[in-house]
Design a binder for this molecule. Structure first.
Ligand code: ZN
Length: 462
């Protein structure tokens, strides 16, 4: 299946970020290999317990626990037909091809708080099984889907049987369930159907040769890298697992700072060549990074481990930060905005260090001195008509550090809770500064030099 993500808006590149920092490259060849991997078995996905999708409340989730945790599954009918899909996005039955029989299952709550499940075709959540019409014999198709709130036709309620199989009832009209009929999977009347509506969900822990997967302890963050990453970056499987867990910490930090939960799960995909070092797209829960870029970057992580410091990886913090700005009314300049969030993630995880890729393994920053990094990338000078992402990030990082990020948190939460809408980016900037002033009791605008302020305003107008 072709993955055409015509998803609206922004492709947010790290390219500008890397292009604009003038720091000279250092040699970064990995040294001192740490213990090499013995196994790369993916960890099972435990039930999601601590993070909620938008529009859900903890009561809803407690009322209806997750029956099938987020993850990859092979789905088989009671008579052994393996649910698959072909090149034309038509569901059917497949026996052998992993890529055409693997489904990503994720649960969502519908408008009434009832838990439904979406079956994404393949190992990236882009296209989902869709009930075209909820009628007897109604056909199914695989259509592009939203990772935030799939349409009702892509939600199925699960009815569990004693033997551990499930019926998949269409949320459009739950009297119909997915049946393994002879030609293709279609909808049958639940009350009249027999064994053909019973499906077995088998978690997939192996079979994919394209990547190795590490899933964080609460299942919120999945790291997928090429199988040769461990050898090439000289990093251990245990360290990769630890990193996935650390990225889950960062996810919690970003939720805490912003009050916004863009996705229930995030997948970091770095097993293919990409045009940019890293990027995210709006309404899509996947962070993509270039494989070769990550080999080098994680090589530095391994080196920093030998120095006794815990590298969280700047690129990943940066890209994940973009996700927490998606569609938000504070996002007056996306690249600086995400780097401000990186500063908070480092503050909130005191063991963490990070550095943009221009820095060598021996140079890294924590939540206390990250603005030294940003200022260095900005040439250690204030903006005087020429906009600089890093300088803007440094200015606002200082306002965050001023009172342990309390004012910043109140500011973001105000945006989330008030429903305020901006007409343009300049209004966003002005409101952001207005709220920082209100919550800190300081005149934040007057603490930014006039020329710098004018430069940032001009950027929001350009
Ligand atoms: Zn970026």
């Amino acid at each position: 299946m072709k993955r055409i993500l015509a998803i609206l808006l922004v492709i947010l590149f790290s390219l500008t970020l890397f292009a604009s920092c003038n720091k000279k490259q250092e040699s970064t060849s990995p040294s001192s290999p740490s213990s090499l991997p013995s196994s790369s078995a993916p960890s099972p996905a435990p039930e999601l317990s601590t993070s909620l999708p938008q529009g859900t409340s903890p009561e809803d989730v407690e009322a209806e626990p997750v029956k099938i945790p987020f993850g990859l599954y092979k789905i088989t009918s009671s008579d052994g037909k393996v649910l698959g899909y072909d090149n034309t996005n038509t569901p059917g039955y497949e026996e052998t091809d992993y890529k055409r029989t693997c489904w990503t299952v994720e649960s969502f709550l519908d408008a009434k708080g009832r838990r439904g499940y979406t079956l994404y075709a393949g190992d990236l959540p882009s296209f989902a099984l869709t009930a075209q019409k909820a009628l007897p014999g109604g056909t199914t198709k695989v259509f592009q889907s939203s990772a935030v709130n799939p349409e009702k036709k892509q939600l199925f309620y699960l009815e569990e049987y004693e033997d551990g199989t499930f019926a998949l009832k269409s949320a459009v009209n739950p009297i119909f369930a997915l049946a393994a009929t002879d030609e293709t999977p279609s909808l049958a009347l639940f009350a009249e159907a027999g064994e053909e509506i019973k499906w077995k969900f088998e978690p997939l822990t192996e079979g994919c040769d394209r990547y190795v997967e590490w899933r964080s302890v609460n299942g919120l963050f999945t790291v997928r890298m090429g199988p040769d990453i461990l050898r090439r970056a000289r990093i251990s499987s245990e360290r990769m697992q630890e990193w996935a867990n650390q990225m889950e910490n960062v996810y919690y930090s970003y939720v805490e700072l912003t009050g916004f939960v863009p996705y229930q799960h995030i997948i970091f995909k770095a097993y293919e060549g990409e045009e940019y070092p890293g990027y995210v797209m709006g309404n899509y829960m996947v962070i993509s990074a270039d494989k070769d870029f990550m080999y080098t970057d994680l090589g530095k992580m391994a080196q920093r481990d030998t120095m006794g410091v815990t590298d969280y990886n700047f690129l990943l913090l940066h890209e994940m930060g973009h996700m927490f700005d998606w569609g938000r009314q504070w996002d007056f300049e996306g690249e600086a905005m995400t780097d401000i969030k990186v500063s908070y993630a480092l503050y909130d995880n005191p063991e963490a260090v990070a550095a943009p890729s221009e820095f060598g393994a021996k140079e890294y920053f924590n939540g206390q001195n990250i603005n030294e990094c940003y200022n260095e990338c900005a040439g250690n000078k204030p903006m005087n008509g020429t906009y600089n992402i890093f300088r803007t990030a440094a200015i606002f990082t200082e306002f965050g550090q001023m009172d342990n990020w309390e004012t910043m948190k109140k500011t973001y939460h105000w945006f989330e809770e008030s429903g305020w809408k901006a007409q343009n980016n300049t209004e966003m900037l002005e409101k952001y500064v207005e709220k920082l002033s209100e919550f800190s009791g300081k005149d934040i605008r007057s603490m930014i030099a006039d020329k710098e302020w004018e430069t940032i305003v001009a950027k929001t107008q350009g």
